[in-house]
Design a protein around this ligand. Structure first.
Ligand SMILES: Cc1cc2nc3c(=O)[nH]c(=O)nc-3n(C[C@H](O)[C@H](O)[C@H](O)COP(=O)(O)OP(=O)(O)OC[C@H]3O[C@@H](n4cnc5c(N)ncnc54)[C@H](O)[C@@H]3O)c2cc1C
Length: 137
């Protein structure tokens, strides 16, 4: 792993970690006009299967950012929720909280990274944050 120091002094925000949280944040900040960089220690995205979907309002938040346009993916809002013997009818609830975005985590990370880069964020893989020259300051 190497440290990346290029123009770090001119950055407004540096994010450590290109997981879903770091990539979403990078996209939001860059979309707002903030100079943003992401340092990710792994040289390549992980191929390990992880989450298979997003549930709840987070799914709506992602859709509202235009993340799904052109992907064929969509947020589902089923009116019935079943969990074992429990069955809830949410069809009459105007504020149905049941939103599901079926998407493998790796695919979500791809979309989030593409959005962040499109807005101008820079993502450096195989890098850790530069150490401050004067840690005491
Ligand atoms: C096998 C497995 C199965 C899972 N299944 C599910 C599931 O079914 N449903 C579900 O909701 N969740 C699941 N999860 C959890 C889900 O993957 C995590 O909640 C999610 O990845 C967290 O996102 P994050 O961005 O916070 O962190 P992460 O995805 O962990 O990303 C953090 C990133 O920071 C990088 N990093 C760390 N330290 C440094 C450093 N010093 N410098 C630079 N980079 C650094 C790491 O390399 C990593 O890429 C699963 C996880 C695993 C491992």
């Amino acid at each position: 792993m190497r440290s990346h120091t290029t123009d770090s002094m001119q950055l407004e925000v540096a994010i450590v970690g290109a997981g879903p949280v770091g990539l979403l944040l990078a996209g939001d900040l860059a979309a707002a006009g903030t100079r943003t960089v992401v340092w990710e220690s792994s040289p390549a995205p992980s191929a390990m299967p992880k989450a298979n979907g997003i549930v709840g309002h987070a799914a709506v938040e992602l859709e509202q950012r235009g993340l799904l346009s052109g992907t064929g993916l969509a947020v589902l809002s089923p009116s019935r929720f079943a969990f074992g013997p429990l069955s809830l009818d949410l069809g009459s609830d105007a504020n149905n909280p049941l939103h599901i975005l079926p998407i493998p985590q790796r695919r979500l990370e791809e979309l989030l990274e593409a959005r962040a880069v499109a807005h101008g964020a820079r993502i450096y893989r195989g890098h850790t944050p530069p150490r401050p020259d004067h840690p005491g300051r």
